[in-house]
Design a protein around this ligand. Structure first.
Ligand code: FAD
Length: 648
């Protein structure tokens, strides 16, 4: 409960002309997107009644923690600037305003003569500046009857109060609100058993360190001393952040070494990085972007209609019902790309039409490949999602040198594929289908579309990491840097199925790959380079813990009566995403958007809208804005039925 305490400062106390108050908790991209849609709607129909928008963020109001503007410039986005916008409509030659404004690339070009253009990757801090510009534009575009208030503080509690809510903050200020958006983003969960074991081991041994996983700019990487041997858990996007921070960030530099390669010139301040993951290969590079910012892809086989039809027939099994369709869709692009390059667009189109017809009602692996061969392309490696995501599966290596030789070959092959591009490179063009069909997959899986077992084992544990590995990688320069660091010995990749453990006799950590002979290394520290996943019952945030304990936030349980998967994501209704409490009732004055709802919905880790069309990111924000403003007239809450699935 909120302690009434001695007269704290109170924002929006009752009686001051009774404005309609909206609190936005979290001003990362999700919170800002809702504010932009609120402002666009308010500007279009200025309210007669005063409205107050309260924006609260614990770290930096306007951009939030992940995109804070004081982080070093070596932390970069993974999305090209031309594909990023936080305005719900394009710039139209007039001043930027809610509903119309520049993409990140357009804004970047307007503030920096060295902007590399729409295919460049912006530093995260620069995206933070853009987000703050969006919030400033939102504020400037509000009608006279609407005021925006910014508060940099952590919200620690939220309780019902009269017809609305009362928010308590760490700073003591209280905020009253008629509607509350929880867009709290990336969590900081309690360590799991294995992580805790490593942390405890370090805690009792001076000089040893364990750094928990987080956004790399929030990790105390400065604690790592030059020359130390540090284990890095995970080879995903955060691995690249940590790698860059501990090399470029330590004064080392990469210089051209001919033939598109790089050479690393150390500063002497670097530690030695010993990294590993299950796959044993750093997440693959993004293809060189060849698509325009407004490019759209229309699936031919893995379509929304087909997925809806499957859903109508009952719960879906991802592997049995969907992966075949998705692979066929990818093969269409894979072979059509090669055919277009060799024989021209007309041949590629004929192939696609025949392949789609042949695919008929089901996946047609052999048909597509055979048809491509008949058209003249029979020399491409077979497209198999699992094999592509685990290129070292089943492989054993006698020693680390043999493993590294194989790894460098894989990296070179991926660099060639990435260089070939997202339109002209068959492999990267095919992998882009994984990004381009995310919304189709959401139609299949959101709100318990999959069986509980398929949800857990196929989607969460298998497909999501697989899709990240193949289609959500870093710019290709990062993989070139990995290559250079391996060659000069600053980075060692251990191999597949890597284990991190302790060696009490040596008083150090140890890491090894059971599939690479002689790979065991002793370590001075372990650094977890994985972004923590959503899990309500492990969340350490005071607000979340309280709302969970009180039953306002509940874990979404996917159940089919027999089996159940307790997901750890917040249970919410369909749009506009009200939380579903322990009693199964939705709270109609609260909205939960983005990462806290992961598992109820899929792939919520999205940081912007796309130019040219509304993606789910903007549609979600608008659905919430519309519902929020429906209360301006009455100010009262209304009843909303609970969503699919069960809440605990
Ligand atoms: C390191 C990293 C890099 C990424 N790069 C990209 C990329 O290049 N492109 C892309 O599309 N996506 C990227 N992502 C995915 C990412 O999920 C989104 O970009 C985005 O940040 C998510 O936005 P959000 O608003 O949901 O959450 P967040 O950005 O996490 O924002 C949530 C905000 O809520 C605040 N908050 C939380 N609790 C409270 C509280 N109780 N009181 C007050 N404030 C609170 C936090 O301080 C934070 O600022 C990246 C993610 C990470 C971690």
């Amino acid at each position: 409960m909120i302690d009434e305490g001695p007269a704290p400062e109170e924002v929006g106390a009752r009686g001051d002309a009774d404005p309609y108050r909206v609190a936005v908790v979290g001003s990362g991209p999700r919170g800002i997107a809702v504010l932009e849609r609120l402002a666009a709607r308010l500007a279009a129909r200025p309210p007669a009644r005063p409205v107050e928008l309260h924006v609260l963020d614990a770290v930096e109001v306007g951009c939030g923690r992940i995109w804070r503007t004081d982080q070093p410039s070596w932390f970069m986005m993974n999305t090209v600037a031309g594909e990023v916008t936080m305005f719900s409509g394009p710039a139209d030659g007039r001043r930027a305003r809610p509903g119309h404004g520049p993409t990140l690339a357009q804004w970047w070009a307007s503030v920096d003569p060295d902007c590399p253009g729409p295919d460049g990757y912006a530093p995260r801090a620069l995206y933070g500046r853009y987000l703050r510009f969006v919030l400033d534009t939102v504020e400037a575009g509000l009608p006279a009857s609407v005021a925006l208030h910014r508060l940099r503080t952590e919200v620690v509690d939220l309780v019902p109060d009269h017809d609305g809510y009362l928010l308590a903050t760490a700073g003591g200020t209280r905020v009253r609100a008629d509607r509350v958006l929880l867009a709290t983003g990336h969590p900081r969960p309690r360590l799991d058993t294995e992580q805790q074991r490593l942390a405890d081991f370090a805690a009792t041994r001076p000089g040893l360190r364990y750094l928990r996983g987080d956004s790399a700019s929030d990790m105390p990487l400065g604690e790592i001393q030059p020359g130390e041997t540090v284990g890095v858990v995970g080879l995903g996007l955060s691995f690249y952040d940590v790698m860059v921070a501990l090399t470029i960030g330590r004064g080392g530099r990469f210089e051209p070494a001919g033939e598109g390669r790089l050479r690393f010139v150390p500063s002497g301040e670097e530690p030695v990085l010993v990294a590993g993951s299950r796959a044993g290969v750093p997440i693959l590079a993004r293809g060189r972007n060849q698509k325009t910012a407004t490019h759209t892809y229309t699936p031919r086989v893995f379509t929304t209609d087909r997925v809806r039809e499957l859903r109508r027939a009952g719960r879906i099994d991802l592997r049995a019902d969907l992966i075949g369709l998705l692979e066929t869709e990818m093969r269409l692009v894979y072979y059509a790309t090669a055919l277009r390059l060799r024989f021209g667009a007309e041949v590629a189109e004929r192939f696609t039409e025949q392949a789609v017809a042949a695919a008929g009602d089901g996946p047609a692996r052999d048909t597509t490949a055979r048809l491509a061969a008949a058209f003249g392309v029979d020399d491409l490696p077979e497209l198999d999602l699992h094999e592509w995501s685990r290129p070292l599966e089943g492989r054993w290596f006698a020693d680390p040198e043999l493993f590294h030789a194989e790894l460098l070959d894989l990296i070179d092959a991926d660099l060639r594929d990435a260089e070939a591009g997202t339109v002209d490179g068959p492999r990267k063009a095919a992998c882009d289908v994984l990004r381009d069909t995310r919304q189709v997959l959401r139609e299949a899986v959101d709100f318990a579309g999959l069986t509980p077992a398929s949800h857990r084992f196929d989607l969460v544990e298998w497909f999501t990491p697989l899709a990240s590995f193949l289609a959500a990688g870093p710019p290709l320069v990062r993989l070139r840097q990995v290559r250079a660091l391996i060659e000069c010995g600053v980075l060692r990749v251990l191999g597949p199925s890597v284990r991190f453990g302790t060696d009490p006799a040596a008083g150090r950590f140890a890491a090894w790959s059971p599939r690479v002979g002689g790979s065991r290394v002793l370590l001075d520290g372990v650094l977890d380079a994985r972004i923590p996943q959503q899990c309500l019952w492990r969340d350490t945030a005071e607000l979340t813990r309280r709302l969970h304990a009180r039953g306002l936030l509940t874990s979404f349980v996917n159940t089919d009566g027999g089996t159940a998967f307790d997901t750890g994501g917040a249970a919410v209704t369909q749009a506009p995403y009200h939380p579903v409490g322990t009693d199964g009732q939705a709270d109609p004055g609260i909205y939960v958007l983005g990462i806290p709802t992961e598992h109820t919905r899929w792939f919520t880790q999205v940081g912007s809208g796309r130019p040219g069309r509304w993606t789910a990111f903007t549609r979600d924000a608008d659905a919430i804005a519309e519902d929020v403003l429906s209360g301006v007239a009455s100010g009262t809450r209304h009843q909303t039925p609970a969503g699919a699935g069960e809440a605990r």
